[in-house]
Design a protein around this ligand. Structure first.
Ligand code: DI6
Ligand code: FE
Length: 415
């Protein structure tokens, strides 16, 4: 680590708990920002010290990590974790040859999940989502973004967002909510997408904002969803309300969604398989994070690769997420997303880990709070039974989590 890092990370005077004898991937600076034989201390819900074990201040309690790896708590920055029903039947249909778009146009797809979500009560949504959330938490995830977008009416959109917020009371996890009213045209507005966008802008989004249920606003810019002009109206409303935006862009075709998002100062543009050079440039200029979603790429057997090399060259930060949803990415494993990010998209293991820590935090507008191990950041940590950080992305279907800390609270003894 550079001298500058330690200058910025002067220890706080006291500490409640100190992890010593750890290999620490701080994810601050270049690559892993690795500290061998390191210590990290926690005071209250904040990181109070990061540095060499032999320089560590006294703490009330010390945990010897025995050389284990410590990383920031993982962040899943793009999920649709709250929904009703499932889409296993569509999985079968796709295996019989139907495409994702054909199923959507025939009234399946997102709209079929909308029917199940509208029929589910808030408690049921919380209950079914907890099972999925627990899987993420079991892999060291401490922050999860959750989108609405399977209600597409006033009551159900708000119910989804309330259910998402309630999850943070049920488990030790940070939940950020994103309003995704512009996800699909609901059946009652069939053929009237502009009128639906009016309804989203005039009624649903303002209500979600007024009730404090939305941290950001997203949309689906695609032939089977909404045009750039329609998305722009949603973004303008979000701007009026002071909410940051992000966008599902260039997933199935290039409509210029990422450039539109960048023009609105978007936190992120997500998917991006069909992103062109203009989009990359616009994102670089705006500081918009590229959120890659290899679970959807894999599930849809997409063959068009997102332009990873162009994103790298333009210094666009790359994040990775599960896109956990019942249709295009029925996946609740961030570790698998990391593995797929490397194997399918040729990210390096260091890029994959940055993608679910520092860059995921940026994609949520929370880089000054979470995603790196630095003094003053939230004490969200994961301790792993691995010798090298690359092992996290390398293994398939193996969970090396040893312990997890959320906001200074340690869960699970090291094992
Ligand atoms: N793109 C996706 O991959 C998810 N939403 C979106 O806009 C899929 C949602 C679904 O199929 O239920
Ligand atoms: Fe998505």
């Amino acid at each position: 680590m550079s001298a500058d890092f330690f200058e910025r990370n002067r220890p706080m005077a006291t500490a409640d708990l100190m992890f010593t004898n750890a290999k620490i991937a701080t994810m601050a600076g270049e690559g892993y920002g690795l500290i061998e034989l390191g210590a990290v201390a926690v005071e209250g819900d904040r990181i109070a010290f990061i540095g060499a074990s032999d320089a560590a201040p006294d703490a009330t309690m010390t945990v010897d990590c025995g050389g284990r790896l410590v990383t920031p708590g993982l962040i899943d920055c793009h999920t649709h974790l709250v929904f009703g029903g499932d889409r296993a039947r569509e999985f079968e249909l796709r295996l019989e040859g139907a495409s994702y778009e054909e199923i959507a146009r025939a009234g399946g797809g997102i709209v079929s999940t909308v029917a199940h979500t509208r029929a589910a009560g808030e408690d049921e949504l919380v209950e079914t989502s907890l099972a999925r959330l627990d899987h993420l938490i079991g892999e060291g995830v401490t922050t999860v973004e959750i989108k609405s977008g399977y209600g597409l009416d006033l009551d159900t959109e708000l119910r989804m967002l309330r259910a998402a917020r309630r999850l943070a009371g049920e488990r030790k996890v940070r939940i950020l909510t994103t309003f995704l009213g512009a996800h699909a045209v609901p059946p009652e507005y069939s053929g009237k997408a502009d009128a639906y966008i009016d309804f989203v802008c005039n009624d649903v989004l303002p209500a979600a904002h007024e009730q404090g249920l939305a941290d950001a606003v997203d949309g689906f810019c695609e032939g089977i969803a909404f045009s750039p002009a329609q998305i722009e109206r949603v973004f303008e409303k979000a701007g009026e309300l002071g909410l940051p935006v992000k966008l599902h862009a260039e997933q199935l075709s290039d409509l210029g969604g990422a450039a539109l998002a960048a023009r609105h100062g978007a936190l992120s543009a997500d998917h991006l398989e069909y992103l062109g050079a203009d989009g990359v440039e616009a994102m670089a200029e705006a500081g918009t994070v590229a959120v890659l979603l290899p679970g959807a790429f894999y599930t849809l057997r997409e063959t068009q690769m997102p332009p990873v090399e162009a994103l790298r060259e333009a210094c666009v930060p790359i994040a990775l997420a599960t896109d956990a949803n019942p249709g295009s990415s029925p996946m609740t494993s961030v570790l698998l997303a990391m593995n797929m990010g490397c194997t399918l998209f040729r990210l390096t293991p260091a890029e994959a880990l940055a993608g679910v820590t520092a860059n995921a935090a940026r994609a949520l507008g929370r880089a000054d709070e979470v995603g790196t191990i630095e003094v003053g950041r939230r004490a969200d940590l994961a301790v792993w039974n691995v010798a090298e950080p690359a092992e996290l992305a390398y293994r398939i279907g193996f969970n090396a989590l040893s312990a997890r800390m959320f906001a200074g609270e340690l869960e699970g003894p090291l094992q």
